[in-house]
Design a protein around this ligand. Structure first.
Ligand SMILES: Nc1ncnc2c1ncn2[C@@H]1O[C@H](COP(=O)(O)OP(=O)(O)OP(=O)(O)O)[C@@H](O)[C@H]1O
Length: 327
């Protein structure tokens, strides 16, 4: 029997999700506006943004639960239109933040119920596959009421996998989970990714997005930035190397001012003897800096490329938005 993801036909080069100028308003309130992006098949695409940024509304719109106010989109190869709703829902699955299980039913009974509701064929095999995909085969007969939040989330994921979706929307799948349970969900997402399932993941956990996502979009009603975590870091932050020497350099400009690959230098904010160098290529610059420091007779303590995390990118961007809105 094939596993989740492996039986999904690999579609043409058309994107799994393509959004063009999409807007959703609730009366006078704009949930999201003029959003455009594309997600390729097989991608894990992260959707980040502060509370109220429009993430859930985007997922609900792409999942055909809400009609957009304007703009267009295709989802799993079909134009997002009311008359395509049934067929789109057949090709995708949405796991909302709360898994919505019947707590008085067992794990297997829940899955049987939803497989019936979705009018799926071959139910027994699908349920077995979904349980295997989330490592819950052994717990099929347990009542959902008795399961921890992390395990319920896994049942919710199994429910979403029943239809072997081409695109899986996960809305905050690790919200409220402890680090161990969250790690288990991460591992499951990685397994699904390795099987080629396309995943659209909304999350507040930036380390989660950094670890799991091929690309991320940062939303704040409008789409603010999109790219791989590394691209976003490079776009927002210049590359730099931090130099630490035992004693402050008597004449740092003489040592650091004319080095190949070093664009500028400044004294580090934290400690005497620390310098921050803006560079084009950290590895190339590091050897030139090390030689120059040693030639100047200084004791080199450390020379480290500054690492910016996706969290740095996010905070910088959202801070800019907050400043702009208070102007
Ligand atoms: N059914 C609705 N009716 C009116 N306004 C709504 C409705 N659903 C969402 N909104 C508004 O749309 C905006 C975006 O909400 P949404 O839930 O999509 O944000 P979010 O990014 O998912 O936030 P969070 O991270 O808190 O879940 C908010 O201002 C919200 O109040």
């Amino acid at each position: 029997m094939s596993e989740i993801g492996t039986s999904t036909p690999v579609p043409s080069s058309a994107p799994a999700v393509e959004v063009d100028g999409l807007t959703k308003r609730f009366g006078a309130r704009t949930a999201f506006e003029d959003v455009s992006f594309a997600v390729q098949y097989g991608e894990v695409f992260g959707f980040l943004g502060p509370n109220g940024a429009g993430k859930t509304t985007t997922v609900r719109t792409l999942g055909t639960l809400l009609e957009p106010t304007s703009g267009r989109a295709t989802v799993a190869g079909l134009e997002l239109r009311p008359d395509n709703g049934v067929e789109i829902r057949r090709r995708i699955a949405v796991m909302p933040e709360a898994p919505g299980l019947y707590l008085r039913l067992s794990v297997a009974e829940n899955l049987e119920f939803f497989a019936g509701l979705y009018e799926l064929d071959d139910r027994r095999a699908r349920i077995e596959r979904a349980l295997r995909a989330v490592n819950l085969t052994d717990r099929a007969d347990e009542l959902c009421r008795t399961l921890s939040k992390g395990l319920r989330q896994r049942v919710g994921l199994a429910r979403a996998l029943l239809s072997d979706p081409r695109v899986l929307f996960l809305d905050e799948p690790t919200s409220g989970l402890d680090p161990v349970a969250a790690r288990e969900v991460h591992d499951l997402i990685e397994t699904l990714r390795s099987r080629g399932v396309t995943i659209f993941l909304t999350t507040h956990r930036l380390a989660e997005a950094e670890r799991l996502c091929d690309r991320v979009a940062i939303m704040n009603t409008t789409l603010r930035l999109i790219g791989s975590p590394a691209e976003l870091r490079d776009r927002l932050f210049s590359k730099s190397v931090e130099l630490r020497v035992r004693e402050p350099l008597p004449d740092p400009e003489r040592v650091l001012g004319a080095l190949p690959g070093v664009e500028s230098w400044s004294a580090g904010p934290d400690a005497a003897g620390t310098y921050l160098l803006a560079v084009a290529d950290p590895d190339q610059a590091a050897s030139a800096v090390a030689r120059a420091v040693v030639d100047a007779g200084a004791d080199l303590l450390a020379l480290t490329p500054s690492r910016h995390s996706l969290e740095d990118v996010y905070l910088q961007l959202i801070d800019t938005d907050v400043e702009a809105s208070s102007r």
